[in-house]
Every structure is written in C-alpha cells, then in structure tokens.
Design a protein around this ligand. Structure first.
Ligand SMILES: [Zn+2]
Length: 338
C-alpha cells in the first residue's frame, strides 16, 4: 500500500459515492520499491465513443499534488450534482466527462516531479523537430536531473502510455473534445496554455482556440486566466499534448480536440507566504488552508464552462471559411504580434 496517498483514498470514496453514475477503468498498476498503485480513470455520461467529451487530468508531476486535488474537487461537485441536478443528468445522456486525477501516483506518493524511474512524464512522448528551452525543456542526460525525457529510443513509460490510452479511448475519439491538464509551479497568474510546447509556431486550429477563448471571456467576464500559447513561456520536447494533438490532426481532423494545460500561478502563494520557499512542496502547492480552499473552488466555474463548450462545439468550431480566416488573423494579432 502507498505511504501517503490521501488523494487515492479520496478518489476511492468518490467512486463509491458515484455508484452506477460512473464507470472506472484501471489503466495500469505501477510498482516502485514497496509501492504498488493503480492509475484510475473515472467516466461519467455517454459511453458512445463519439459523444462530445470534457476531460480533466491531474498529477502528471507528483510534486504538484494540487493538480490532483483540483480534479478531485470537480469530481466531488459532480458527485453531488448527480444526486439532484436533472439538467446535468439529462445532458450527460449525450455527452461525457472523463477524469484521470492521478497520472503519476508514485510521484505523488514520493513527492517528486518524475515517476519512479526518474522520468518527467510531460517530456516523455516521441517528438520530431522542435527546440527546447535548455534543461527545463527536457533532456536525455540523466534521470538524476529533473526534466529527464527517458532513455533515447526507449519505449514510453507505463504512466505515459496509460495517459495516451485514456485520451484515445475516451477523449480524442469524441466528435469534439476539450481537455484540461492541471499543473502548478510557474508564474504569478493562472495560465491556460494551448499547444504546441515544442515550437513557437502556431497550431493549425488557432481560429478554434480564439473562438473558445472568446467564449470563455464572454461567459466568465471576470475570470483570472491568461489564455496563451504554451511556447510563449518556454518550449519543451516530448510534450504528451503535442504528441496527442498531432496524432489527432493526422487521423481525425474533423473532430476538434483541444488539449489545454492549466498552469496554476504558484509563485503568488510563495509571495504571500515566503516560508513556502523552504518547504519541499512549497514551490508547487498552496500550504495555507485558506489558500488551498480558494484554489480548490476557484476553477470550478471554468470547468463548468468548458464542459458545456465541449458539448456545444458549434459555438467554437466548424467555422465557415471567411470567419475562420478572420478569426485566425485576430488570433495572430492577439498572441503572435502580427
Ligand atoms: Zn507540472
């Protein structure tokens, strides 16, 4: 059994509470020294693979426990809503919510960024081309250094494979899907990043990204998120979202799949409580109880809007050619200064 994984206990409790309203898949079981922990996915709603899907992922980096906790906070709200909200229940007959709260349970248990093999799972996917910010953008030198991509030519780690399987089976197969992967540890504000990570070049679906950003701006007028391309902050090789986004573009261009990264601005927690600096998790997790509570409730409105948007893809995708061209020009002006 794990040393210290209250998040896994909480997930099991939520699964019990959800009962027949959800189905659970064990994607893998990860062993490391005396640990043996499952990677669990929870799905709610339509089983039809093509049903529009909203997905939430957390715990890719074990130090960033707050990501898992934010996903579990959303699942807690859903478990309660399903008890009394007929509107949600009716909506979920034709769309799906898919959750993978803890991609890297060994990392979470051991309080480390990487998995048990020292591999940074968000640098572990195959990658052709691209330029990485030195070190932080991924390297093949040694698992003793952070941001290790895994041995050259080696297979992907079990956790990365589980994440890819989850996305293919329940998310990118959908007629339209939006995914949010929750992280922390960078910057003063909460950022919502869209691909790519490996290059500053814009993705082909820039028009759809701007249409979705406009939808979020209009629906949550006072939101806190800075929506921007990930590569504007740093570039990285082997990003799993680059890998899965490209795969989708190659095989199913007509089924929009937008993988976003929610990067919680943890430096604000340090600024307000400098003692966090000297605590092992202080750089990544809010340590004051009120700040933790605020973080856990802060993102529920965003997830609600994105879940609704995933089920209403006509609001942000399927643009006709003239609107697409206009939207692309506006996106270049907003994000690329041209
Ligand atoms: Zn992270």
């Amino acid at each position: 059994m794990p040393h210290d994984l209250p998040e896994l206990d909480q997930l099991h409790e939520l699964i019990d509470r959800l009962g027949d309203d959800a189905w659970v898949e064990q994607l893998a079981e990860i062993e490391h020294e005396d640990l043996r922990v499952p990677i669990l996915a929870v799905m709610i709603g339509a089983r039809d693979p093509s049903a529009p899907t909203f997905a939430l992922v957390g715990g890719v980096h074990g130090l960033e426990r707050i990501g898992t906790q934010v996903v579990l906070a959303y699942l807690t709200t859903l478990a309660s809503l399903l008890q009394w909200d007929g509107m949600l229940r009716a909506g979920l007959t034709r769309c799906r919510i898919a959750l993978l709260p803890m991609v890297n349970p060994v990392g979470v248990a051991l309080r480390r960024r990487s998995n048990g093999n020292g591999v940074d799972l968000m640098r572990n996917a195959p990658c052709v081309g691209g330029v990485a910010t030195p070190l932080v953008g991924g390297h093949r030198w040694s698992p003793r250094l952070p941001w290790f991509r895994g041995p050259k030519g080696g297979p992907m780690e079990a956790e990365t494979l589980a994440l890819c399987e989850f996305v293919r089976r329940w998310v990118s197969c959908a007629s339209a899907s939006i995914l949010v992967d929750v992280h922390s540890g960078f910057g003063l504000v909460d950022r919502l990043w869209f691909p790519w990570a490996r290059t500053r070049r814009p993705i082909p679906q820039l028009a759809e990204v701007l249409a979705l950003a406009n939808l979020v701006d209009a629906t949550l007028p006072n939101h806190v998120y800075r929506i921007e391309p990930q590569a504007g902050s740093y570039t990285a090789l082997g990003d799993v979202w680059d890998h899965l986004y490209d795969e989708q573009r190659r095989s199913r261009q007509d089924q929009p799949f937008l993988p976003l990264t929610l990067e919680l601005g943890s430096w604000m927690w340090i600024k307000k409580n400098p003692r966090q600096l000297v605590r092992p998790l202080g750089w990544f997790d809010p340590m004051q109880p009120h700040r933790l509570q605020r973080t856990l409730r802060r993102h529920l409105a965003l997830f609600d809007v994105l879940q609704r948007a995933s089920a209403a893809p006509a609001a942000w995708s399927g643009l006709d050619a003239p609107s697409r061209a206009a939207m692309t020009r506006a996106a270049f002006a907003r994000w690329y200064g041209r």
